[in-house]
Ligand binder design. Structure first.
Ligand code: ATP
Ligand code: MG
Length: 400
């Protein structure tokens, strides 16, 4: 008896002619995500991808957990792959699902026979498996409407697959199927969640972080790396660009009206991010903004930030309450990292009384004193790059 993982495609089942491409992309993403756990075979049959490990020592718990975070998957189950012989199927069902049968009180059996040469039809398979299980587990009864355990037996071309309840997949679309976008990531709660949400819609992520040493510490940067590592469990590897922002912030602080600090800073971030986006083939920017959350996120403030952008800015949290964002951040395991206290470049220069109803003219006038082009040029020259993997912790040495 070999253990395999059955992966049911999600939304991509609906995509008609694109289906093949989507499926290839999904398989490629799964392959990457299982990196380091051994070799696997991927074969796709009728909106199911069968993932078979090559060797017996594969950590299937880890493989399954990783695949649960791959977008484009509606549901997945671990299954026993056995010979297509009803006696073997009966014995293997009891053996493979023993623990789960013991902890269930009610069950039902589903059978699917795509290999029509198998001598028993689906209802007969159900009867035989159901009878066998009932005869061996006296505590169990059948409940076809709301069973604790659904035992599924699938008779496919190469083998019979036996599995218990299917687990819900991460949903969404395969990362890469919608192109690439640049995530502006701070150390806060919101931006990692925003990245997760857009990766779910099939976007590959490039990370951009603005750091202001010595006002912000190396630990604040490491926090961003850790956050992206968690996001990468869903989005796949992320190339992070860290932009030196100290000079820009100091110039703003020394020369611009205090109530507009944050907005002018945001506009500088957007300008620089678009340069990186163009270079990295990103079709949009992603931020963690949400209307009204802070002074720089009122509608007039967002209009000022937006005014310097010529590519779309995706703000997936725009209509969400903080507690809704927190729920997702806990789910994707970024919350505990986000609340670590290391200072962010925004916190360091936060004005006491930020303007909540700025106008574009007001901000444009206020930033005229800056040599914007020269500041951007110097910041871009100092950009560092780092590749963030979900399951590999490389040292700091891959900075370029
Ligand atoms: P977050 O929790 O993501 O920090 P926030 O609610 O604290 O968001 P702001 O600090 O106003 O909001 O930032 C709004 C958005 O601007 C962030 O979600 C992020 O996308 C971007 N941003 C803020 N600071 C940085 C930074 N240092 N580097 C990159 N992007 C940033
Ligand atoms: Mg923040």
């Amino acid at each position: 008896m070999n253990e395999i993982i059955l992966v049911k495609n999600g939304e991509l089942a609906l995509k008609g002619l694109n289906r093949r491409n989507f499926e290839d992309m999904l398989i490629k993403n799964m392959r990457h995500r299982l990196d380091g756990l051994g070799t696997f075979d991927f074969s796709s049959q009728q909106s199911t991808v069968v993932v078979t490990p090559h060797d017996d020592v594969t950590d299937m718990d880890e493989a399954f957990a990783r695949l649960c975070r791959v977008f484009g998957i509606a549901g997945l189950s671990r299954a026993a792959s056995v010979e297509k012989d009803i006696n073997i199927i009966l014995r293997s069902t009891a053996e493979y699902l023993d623990e789960r049968i013991l902890s269930a009180r009610t069950f039902k059996v589903n059978a699917k026979r795509s290999d029509k040469t198998f001598p028993l039809a689906s209802p007969e398979i159900c009867t035989q498996v159901g009878g066998y299980i009932l005869s061996r587990y006296k505590h169990l009864s059948v409940d076809v409407h709301n069973p604790d355990l659904i035992i599924t037996v699938e008779i496919r071309d190469h083998a019979a697959y036996i599995h218990g309840n299917q687990v819900k997949g991460a949903g969404g679309m395969p990362v890469g199927s919608s192109g690439r976008a640049a995530l502006l990531i701070s150390g806060g709660i919101d931006s990692p969640v925003a990245g997760y949400m857009m990766a779910k819609r099939g976007l590959q992520l490039t990370g951009i972080h603005f750091a202001s040493p010595p006002y912000t510490s190396a630990r604040a940067e490491q926090k961003v790396h850790k956050l992206l590592q968690k996001v990468a469990a869903y989005s796949g590897r992320i190339v992070l660009f860290t932009v030196p922002f100290t000079e820009i912030q100091e110039q703003i602080k020394d020369n611009c009206p205090e109530d507009l600090f944050t907005l002018i800073m945001r506009r500088m971030m957007m300008r620089i991010s678009q340069i990186i986006a163009a270079d990295q083939n990103c079709g949009a920017l992603i931020t963690g903004e949400s209307v009204g959350q802070v002074a720089s996120q009122t509608m007039p403030a967002i209009a000022c930030t937006q005014a310097v952008c010529s590519i779309p800015v995706f703000r997936p949290l725009i209509g969400m309450d903080k507690d809704e964002v927190v729920t997702i951040s806990r789910k994707i395991d970024t919350f505990d990292i986000s609340i670590l206290p290391y200072e962010d470049c925004c916190t360091v220069f936060t004005p006491k009384h930020p303007r909540t109803k700025p106008t574009v003219e007001m901000v444009e006038k206020a930033e005229k004193v800056l040599d914007i082009d020269a500041l951007i040029e110097r910041a871009v020259k100092g950009i560092k790059m780092k590749v963030i993997h979900a399951y590999r912790t490389d040292g700091e040495d891959d900075y370029e």
